[in-house]
Design a protein around this ligand. Structure first.
Ligand code: S3P
Length: 454
């Protein structure tokens, strides 16, 4: 467990940085390319442990997945319907997205696969995926409580269903749609609350026929089964969930003026920008454009003192992974920030409400934990005290807790010590180096500040 202390910023965050590729989009690109007939390429793939787990699983099921020397990934698809049975268990590491989406792929192929994961993933609920996939015909045996390790035997043919999402989850939506790909007829997902739509966008990119409509205020997504996926050259935009830490850091550290280039601003992911702006943040979207079927911009973030706010729970799905970072921002705002409707945060890589309440409390913030959110009384722009000597924040196998508390350290008087930086590699291997680069005293000529490529 590599412990690390993140010290208060030596200088404002300035210059121009790039964050690595979007994790959600990277998983989907590998999976769909692996189902296509022919050769796809993926530029800007996130090379974090979670995505590498997906790459290994697709290889184990018959796709040829290779990284070229220039960083492009090349995938020769196995072809939909032609996935082969993996020889051993599929180790999903820390990755809930890999597990739930790949279960969807297996569910309509005539193969059996076993999924295992680390201690964090092995506690997370899989029942939400098991229920619809079993309804489509898959036979699934899970560990007690509907957890990993689990074994799934796909149905051939699977049965198309119309499934109304009981939780706002893009992973459940995607698992059902992916099962629908190799299922006769049309499989439908009814989504009362919009969640990230990367699966839908990328399915269309690979040539799959989708029907997207509305019914009583809910979105209905239908996928035509027995599809043929044509290969595609995908470019993955920068991950807004990774940019979030730098958006908050630049907002909190006085004098900062940081541009984060090439960040995905898909409206189903952009809730943090809206929430921070509501609190008084100065975030400009420059050079808006489209990359790989997704809206992208360069985000210019300048320091601002934030005001506490009530965060509308309707924003939650569009910033579900960004709450740990938002809590850090709230800890230094003027007044009180209230969040609610966040029960889902308790079943992420850790219980993020409990983990962040404990971590921020240790770092000197005033936090109240409620059943479905945190109430945070900010310092009014004063730095947090930092962790007491010898005390270390528990990151609980959760990359986003580790990175959020790193930012809290940057904005603290005496630094924040965290117990384990290893989980950061699941989504953002170069995080610490990039943070040090952005917050180091500027070189004499701004032109010398190079863009850090992932
Ligand atoms: C993801 C969906 C979200 C998110 C996760 C990635 C995805 O999970 O928290 O990090 O790529 O579909 P839920 O579907 O559980 O909300």
């Amino acid at each position: 467990m590599p412990a690390h202390t993140f010290h208060s910023a030596a200088a404002p965050l300035t210059g121009r940085i790039r964050v690595p590729g979007d994790k959600s989009i990277s998983h989907r690109a590998l999976m769909l390319a692996g189902l296509a007939v022919g050769r796809s390429t993926i530029a800007g793939l996130l090379e974090g442990e979670d995505v590498l787990a997906t790459a290994a699983a697709m290889r184990a099921m018959g796709a040829a997945v290779e990284r070229e020397a220039d960083g492009t990934w090349v995938v020769d698809g196995a072809g939909l319907g032609s996935l082969i049975e993996p020889a051993g268990a599929l180790d999903m590491g820390n990755s809930g997205t890999s597990t739930r989406l790949l279960m969807g792929l297996v569910a309509s192929h005539g193969i059996t696969a076993t999924f295992t994961g680390d201690a964090s993933l092995s506690r997370r609920p899989m029942e939400r995926v098991i229920t619809p996939l079993a309804r489509m015909g898959a036979a699934i045996t899970a560990s007690p409580g509907g957890t990993l390790p689990l074994m799934i035997r796909g149905a051939l043919p699977a049965v198309p269903i119309a499934y109304r999402l009981p939780v706002a989850s893009a992973q459940v939506k995607s698992a059902v749609l992916l099962t629908g790909l190799n299922t006769p007829g049309i499989t439908r997902v009814i989504e009362p609350v919009p969640t990230r739509d990367h699966t839908e966008r990328m399915l269309a990119g690979f040539g799959v026929k989708l029907e997207i409509g509305e019914e009583d205020g809910a979105t209905v997504i239908g996928v035509h089964g027995e599809a043929e996926l044509a290969p595609l050259d995908v470019t993955v935009p920068g991950d807004p969930s990774s940019a979030a830490f730098f958006m908050v850091a630049a907002t909190l550290v006085p004098g900062s003026d940081l541009t984060i280039a090439n960040v995905g601003i898909n409206p189903t992911r952009a809730g943090l920008i809206e929430a921070l702006r509501m609190m008084g943040a100065d975030i400009a979207e420059e050079n808006p454009r489209e990359v790989g079927g997704e809206p992208v911009a360069d985000l210019r973030v300048r320091h601002a003192v934030l005001r506490g706010a009530g965060i509308d729970p309707a924003l939650a799905p569009a910033m579900i992974d960004e709450f740990p970072a938002l809590f850090v921002a709230a800890a230094m705002a003027e007044g009180t920030t209230t969040t609610c409707g966040l029960e889902e945060l308790r079943v992420k890589e850790s219980d993020r409400l409990a983990a962040m309440a404990a971590a921020l409390d240790l770092a000197g913030a005033r936090v109240e934990e409620r059943g479905d959110g945190l109430v945070i009384h900010g310092t009014g722009g004063e730095p947090l005290a930092g962790t007491p000597e010898g005390a270390r924040v528990a990151t609980r196998l959760d990359h986003r807790i580790a990175m959020s508390m790193a930012i809290a350290g940057l904005a603290s008087r005496s630094g924040v010590a965290i117990d384990d930086t290893a989980p950061i590699a699941t989504s953002f291997p170069d995080f610490t180096a990039l943070l040090e680069q952005a917050a180091s005293p500027a070189p004499s000529s701004p032109d010398l500040r190079s863009e850090t490529l992932p």
